[in-house]
Ligand binder design. Structure first.
Ligand code: 8YV
Length: 322
């Protein structure tokens, strides 16, 4: 039997890629991210495509005539770059890679909380620039997190892992807002208090950390109006999706002192970072590192591979989202 033809749109970590190559007729694109035209062409050439967050699988891509692709095995948990309705309409199965990146992404949320509250980037920049004048009683004072309220927007796997780490390691109080209140045992496990509206959570939080999916429902959820409800001493953390925050409004709020700081790992127009954010000392800016550990990226590859295996074996696909 001929092996299914599979396109991997960006090179994977070695182990997971070798596994795929041992089982399928694999093409790996190691050049620039694919253009919409190249993605459309791929739809006619392969049995499955394994994309990442940088590939926009739009309604137009799914409408490609004579499409051969039957399965999209996304490398990543978030899948708002894939038009799920169009995939369903075209009868194409789509899967993602949840669970395996939960801890790594929660670690980055915690890192951003510490970096912003303790002014780590600003202080290191000062030192490297030769501006450190020695220890001082009031030099580079940040904020303590012990006993402060961490407000989580969304309460899925990554939010819960962030709650666990922030409570155990930093002694923070946990509050959350989500469309649905979590079960009592989950709330109890994290000592988490449900807040019935996003506005209230924004007003109560010392750190507001975003854990919603991207897409139209959460687009610009954090904007001038919401930022104005936050405490002047508050910190915004975003490890979710850039589209959730209106960057224009955030830059303005950081400059005006409407909020104290922001720690971002994701951006509206990656890899472009809003130029008003770049000069701000109270913005910590990371280049989408959420899942970037060797262990996690290998596990994501193997999870995507498992979904592909299940699909071609005619089994139920474990992480099917369409
Ligand atoms: C991934 C992510 O690395 O999985 C996600 O949703 O945000 C990232 O950590 C990226 O999506 C790869 O496709």
């Amino acid at each position: 039997m001929t092996k299914p033809k599979i396109l991997i749109t960006r090179p994977w970590p070695a182990g997971a890629q070798a596994y795929m190559q041992s089982r399928y007729d694999v093409t790996v694109n190691d050049a620039a991210p694919l253009t919409p035209a190249q993605l459309s062409e791929a739809m006619t050439q392969y049995d499955a495509v394994c994309p990442t967050v940088t590939d926009k699988l739009t309604v137009e891509v799914f409408a490609t005539p004579n499409a051969r692709v039957k399965m999209i095995g996304n490398f990543g948990a978030g899948y708002e770059h894939i038009d799920i309705n169009a995939a369903k309409a075209a009868g194409i199965t789509v899967s993602n890679t949840p669970d395996v990146l939960t801890e790594a992404t929660a670690d980055i949320a915690l890192m951003l909380m510490l970096m912003t509250s303790r002014r780590a980037s600003e202080a290191e920049r000062q030192l490297r620039d030769g501006g450190w004048k020695g220890w001082g009683t009031t030099a580079m004072m940040g904020q303590s997190l012990q006993g402060k309220t961490l407000g989580l927007v969304g309460f899925g796997r990554i939010a819960q892992a962030t709650a666990h780490k922030a409570r155990q390691a930093l002694g923070m109080e946990i509050a959350y807002y989500s469309r649905r209140q979590a079960a009592p045992d989950i709330e109890a496990a994290h000592g988490a208090r449900y807040v019935a509206s996003l506005d209230e959570l924004a007003a109560q939080s010392d750190i507001l950390s975003l854990h919603t999916p991207g897409g139209p429902e959460t687009h610009h959820m954090v904007n001038h109006r919401l930022l104005s409800l936050m405490k002047k001493s508050a910190i915004l953390i975003n490890t979710a999706r850039g589209s959730v925050v209106k960057e224009d409004d955030l830059a303005e709020a950081l400059k005006a002192g409407t909020i104290w700081a922001a720690g971002l790992d994701v951006y509206e127009r990656e890899p472009i970072v809003h130029d008003a954010l770049l000069p701000l000392n109270n913005a910590v800016l990371l280049p989408h590192l959420g899942s970037a550990t060797v262990e996690t990226r290998e596990a994501m590859g193997m999870r995507a591979a498992r979904n592909v295996d299940q699909f071609f074996a005619g089994e139920a696909v474990g992480d099917r989202v369409a």
